[in-house]
Design a protein around this ligand. Structure first.
Ligand code: TYM
Length: 410
């Protein structure tokens, strides 16, 4: 078998990992199998806690041969594929608890066991026409917040979307198979045109296509996102499937919105209804000081208090419990739920506790944000390495997609 055959062995550019039990005991080895990526040193790191599903025996045999070819010192007896994970957050302001619990916290868990690509979605931020003076600072802020929260550029590929122009090409190509009718029916588009009737640009309409391009450019399997992105992921799956059907290939996997088998999250705001948002004025940001958090939580909307035993909390109070469930100990939530059920709850006490529990999560991150953001050299290194890795994967996909579509060299 030649190096040039490797792409054919695995179909797409996943990585392989050699679990404990082989001569590389206790380590995980990831090797780019894509034909277009130059052979390079395998990446070694501690083995993952849980194993991805095993492969068929014939593929395992082929991969064993492959591994022994690349690294003769390793004789792997078991090999499995790592899933590819892609997700991004728009650079439209500081990250809030919704971004953290809906997406970022899962990025951290997933980077341990998967081939992860996490990016700053700065093309997506252009739909609202930010001032050129703000673009760079907004990207830097999200990047610093990713790293401060614990994303490790040694484990995951961290990059800025606009550093990977291949995404724009795939977006163009995918636009040809996305229909205006289905795009017009997208909930997020309908919401945007209702809220901003003066700015119904084509970028808003084709937003789900750009998002699909972001995801399938790395042939992702899993996409950690919050509940509000569920429909966009359904559309991504549809676009991937449509491409495969149109060209009679089994090329793009159909990626799933992912939250470790649980329901996707929707973190509510502090204003009594709706989800927490960057520009809704109802959010708690990772970069907020303790004083700001206490003030915001103490001002959160509640009600006049339960009047009947075991009554359902109002929406505003339910929202506070939802936030409490992700930041507090189960015993704390239980305590206040019982207090509510027996009509003795004091919302002031509940809010004080909630504020302290939020601060426990955000304060260490806030301190790191401030450290990282004042280190442009480090940030520069992270994005240039990230862009290099992301472009290697993206350009391989573009080359293959062009071939599938029918472009031939002269
Ligand atoms: P964005 O920037 O609005 O939000 C980033 C992530 O945070 C999640 N999120 C929430 N989760 C729970 N509760 C909330 N209140 C809440 N608010 C936000 C979002 O679900 C998302 O996971 N289109 C995307 C960015 C994007 C993307 C992608 C994501 C562009 N390309 C490719 C995944 C894959 C967006 O606007 O997210």
């Amino acid at each position: 078998m030649q190096y040039g055959d490797f792409g054919a062995v695995v179909g797409y550019g996943r990585q392989i990992a050699v679990p404990p039990g082989c001569s590389a005991a206790g380590r995980e080895i990831a090797i780019h199998l894509d034909t277009s990526i130059a052979p390079r040193q395998p990446v070694c790191r501690p083995a993952p806690a849980t194993k991805p599903p095993p492969l068929t025996s014939s593929l395992i045999a082929e991969l064993q041969e492959l591994v022994s070819l690349i690294i003769p010192i390793f004789t792997a007896d078991k090999i499995f594929l790592m899933d590819t994970v892609v997700s991004g957050i728009r650079s439209t302001g500081n990250l809030h608890l919704g971004n953290y619990f809906g997406a970022l916290k899962n990025f951290l868990r997933m980077q341990e066991e998967n081939n992860c690509y996490f990016f700053v979605a700065d093309y997506h931020s252009l739909t609202t026409h930010p001032h050129p003076d703000d673009i760079h600072a907004n990207i830097r802020q999200v990047l610093a917040e990713y790293l401060a929260a614990g994303i490790d550029p040694e484990k995951a590929t961290v990059y800025v979307q606009s550093d990977v122009p291949e995404v724009a090409e795939l977006y163009l190509l995918m636009n040809m198979n996305a229909y205006v009718g289905e795009l017009e029916r997208t909930t997020s588009f309908k919401e945007k045109i209702r809220k901003h009737p003066d700015n119904i640009n084509a970028g808003l309409l084709t937003y789900p296509v750009l998002m699909a391009a972001d995801i399938i450019i790395h042939k992702a399997h899993k996409v950690p996102v919050g509940k509000d992105q569920e429909q966009h992921l359904e559309m991504t799956r549809r676009f991937a499937r449509r491409f495969n059907t149109m060209y009679g290939v089994d090329y793009f996997p159909e990626p799933d919105a992912y939250n470790f088998g649980k329901q996707l999250m929707k973190i509510p705001g502090l204003d009594g209804s709706g989800k927490m948002g960057k520009s809704e004025g109802n959010g708690i940001f990772l970069a907020d000081t303790s004083a700001e958090i206490r003030k915001k939580v103490m001002r959160a909307v509640t009600d006049t208090g339960p009047e009947k035993q075991d009554s359902e909390p109002s929406e505003a109070v339910r929202n506070l419990f939802t936030i409490m469930e992700v930041v507090s100990e189960p015993s704390t939530v239980k305590f206040f739920r019982e207090q509510h059920a027996s009509c003795v709850i004091r919302y002031g006490d509940m809010k004080k506790q909630l504020a302290e529990d939020i601060i426990k999560v955000t304060e260490p991150i806030r301190i790191r944000i401030n450290e990282i953001i004042s280190d442009p050299v480090y940030l520069g290194k992270v994005v240039s390495r990230g862009a290099e890795k992301a472009r290697a994967s993206a350009s391989a996909t573009i080359r293959e997609v062009r071939e599938i579509i029918g472009y031939r060299p002269f």
